[in-house]
Ligand binder design. Sequence first.
Ligand SMILES: NC(=O)c1ccc[n+]([C@@H]2O[C@H](COP(=O)([O-])OP(=O)(O)OC[C@H]3O[C@@H](n4cnc5c(N)ncnc54)[C@H](OP(=O)(O)O)[C@@H]3O)[C@@H](O)[C@H]2O)c1
Length: 256
Amino acid sequence: MATTGRDLFSLSAETFLITGASSGLGVEAARALARQGAKLVLTARREERLEALARELPNAAYYACDLSSTEEIEDLWRFCDQEIGVVTGLLNNAGAAVVKQATEESDEEYRSVLEVNLVSVFAMSKRFAKRLIDVKREGVVVNVASVLGLLGSGQIPLASYTSSKAGVVNLTRELAVQWAQYGIRVNAVAPGWFFSEMTESMFTDEKAQRWIAQRTPMGRAGAVGELDGVFIFLSSKASSYVTGQTFVVDGGWSIL
Ligand SMILES: NC(=O)c1ccc[n+]([C@@H]2O[C@H](COP(=O)([O-])OP(=O)(O)OC[C@H]3O[C@@H](n4cnc5c(N)ncnc54)[C@H](OP(=O)(O)O)[C@@H]3O)[C@@H](O)[C@H]2O)c1
């Protein structure tokens, strides 16, 4: 039977765990999903930020966690099991970047970016899916990749970041294939340029701002709220037959 209007965008999951919910795109995603009626678990390292956001939202809990630590990831899922119940939605949004020429980037720096941007996406998704499969529930994973997971970055040297995000794009496909049989959909969003702590230096530097505007067919960076639609689409019944895909939201950056 056809679904229309509000029902179409009713969420595919009741409880979403959002990583990187202490700033930037994670905060926006949390607000957008909360407006759709989701119950949320917010995580990042800065607990005071999580607490403030949880206070603002109608139905949100938080748990501070460093995603580069396997032990802390285990603690986070123990918290969810004991305090929240079954988490049916996962938004892998946390990310980090090192801006350095590849010849200057240390192996440790490279590994640390992969740890947060890629290994944690695997570690979180795996624990999420295992629980759902055990209790025979369906679910939805949304990974935050980047246009820089599809293209080289051009002016900014980002070897670890671009390769980690390319990994997220194909991990999304692989997990989608493995888990389709369980009713767990896995998709990704690849944003272009949006203001956040990570990109602040690009937005305060006039030359960099000009470069973004000139290089983007739509002539500007993304604005607050312009990822809400894709986050909601991928988390809702509107995308019930969509899995393994990466949705680019970049004002046309990647088509040139
Ligand atoms: N802004 C853009 O233009 C853009 C474009 C494409 C993709 N993205 C992606 O969007 C996602 C969000 O980035 P953003 O732009 O919103 O940047 P941001 O404001 O710097 O947010 C990064 C988030 O990741 C969390 N984080 C970083 N390292 C962590 C760790 N070890 N353990 C747990 N959490 C960690 C940070 O929280 P704590 O510091 O509190 O731990 C923060 O909440 C990232 O995956 C980024 O790569 C952003």
